[in-house]
Design a protein around this ligand. Structure first.
Ligand SMILES: *Cc1c(COP(=O)(O)O)cnc(C)c1O
Length: 382
């Protein structure tokens, strides 16, 4: 425990590792037995904390880990040597020489990368593991699907590269199942053109959380890459994935610092963008945008105190946020305030919170700042 964790809490995130483990087990149980589970833990495991999350996912039965950067791979390596790690993002050339040190598989999208990685591997007299990424309509990394064969052939010809997988990524699996079907079919067509594929020794993967809604149970796919859903969050409202009973891992809390009464007509916070319409009791919370309460929640968001929704008044500031508590029976400095999560039977979901901010849960999780300690609950429970 760091010194920070021994101080009383002012704003913190609770991370329910038991829920994380249950989510993984439920997702696995919903998939065909042969599907490998690639746990996506980039961006500090979606802000939940890489070490604690990855350790629990190892215990719960993840097969592989996917991260964005070599630094994230290095942090994972400290936990357990031998776990397969896939780097999803392109490397910059001066990073190439570190691939072998971290023993990671890298994503290849171009002939240029084949050349760079095979030179580094040959110079060390070792092999680098690669996954060929095919762009079937995301327009981000990957070789365009009609040109995949050229890069595939170059990988196979490069003795210092070992092909470990082939994958694609969906651009719209949370919104446009028809386009996802197009991407699947482009991927299959591209695979059909590659000669000598050894499906027993290759990971063939496409589905992210939302992809699971329309996953192909037969066919070439033998792995999934799961980020958001393992954290207990549905990729969209009304998702069929509610069937796997995702249980939120993350909740976000702060406390009441000060309670006071102000006369009607008082302007609240910077710019006086809210003016009290009645004599009001307000609470000043001990968190602001410096902790990850977006400034766009000014005059828009709500928080839970004693299980009641209390509206945010005026602008959110860096360290303090003001809410209306006129209608609460009893409130005192020190009381617990929930920003995202459940309290006394009421709930503010991360979807609702993200909507207030005009964003998506993925970004909300990445926006909780370093100032906010993550408090881990470890029991498995039910
Ligand atoms: C982040 C990411 C994922 C995980 O996506 P979720 O929607 O969070 O499940 C899967 N694949 C790639 C390539 C990614 O970048």
């Amino acid at each position: 425990m760091s010194a920070q964790h021994q101080l009383p809490l002012r704003c913190w995130a609770e991370i329910d590792l038991g829920a994380l483990e249950r989510n993984l087990r439920h997702i696995r149980a919903s998939l065909p037995e042969h599907m490998r589970y690639v746990a996506v833990v980039k961006a500090d495991a979606y802000g939940h904390g890489l070490h604690q999350v990855a350790a629990r996912l190892m215990h719960a039965g993840a097969d592989l880990f996917a991260v964005a950067t070599l630094a994230e791979a290095a942090a994972l390596r400290e936990l357990g040597p031998g776990w397969p790690i896939l780097l999803l993002s392109p490397l910059v050339p001066d990073e190439d020489k570190l691939i072998l040190q971290q023993d990671v598989a890298v994503t290849v999208s171009s002939l240029d990368e084949v050349e760079r990685f095979s030179m580094v591997a040959a110079a060390a007299n070792q092999q680098i593991k690669v996954h060929l990424k095919i762009d079937t309509g995301m327009g981000r990394s990957g070789v365009w699907h009609e040109e995949a064969k050229v890069v595939f052939d170059a990988i196979v010809a490069a003795e210092s590269l070992a092909l470990a997988g082939i994958y694609t990524h969906y651009s719209s699996s949370d919104a446009d199942p028809a386009f996802t079907a197009t991407q699947r079919s482009r991927f299959r067509t591209a695979l059909d053109q590659l000669e000598g594929l050894d499906f027993d020794n290759l990971l063939i993967h496409a589905d992210n959380s939302a992809g699971l809604e329309t996953i192909e149970r037969a066919g070439p796919f033998n792995a999934v890459r799961i980020g958001l859903l393992q954290f207990g969050i549905l990729p969209r409202r009304g998702s069929l994935l509610a069937d796997v009973h995702p249980d939120p891992v993350f909740s976000f809390h702060t406390r009441v610092g000060l309670v006071k009464t102000l006369p009607a007509e008082t302007g609240i916070s910077y710019g006086q963008t809210h003016r009290l319409t009645r004599e009001s009791k307000v609470a000043v919370l001990t968190a602001g945008y410096g902790d990850g309460i977006p400034r766009s929640l000014s005059n828009t968001g709500e928080v839970l105190i004693a299980g009641q929704r209390c509206p945010i008044l005026g602008r959110v500031t860096m360290d303090q946020t003001i809410v209306d508590v006129t209608d609460l029976d009893s409130i005192a400095s020190g009381d617990r305030v929930t920003l995202i999560g459940k309290q006394n039977g009421a709930e503010i979901g991360i979807g609702e919170f993200s909507d207030w901010d005009g964003t998506i849960p993925w970004e909300t999780l990445c926006s909780v700042t370093k100032r906010v300690p993550r408090i881990y609950r470890t029991a498995l429970g039910q």
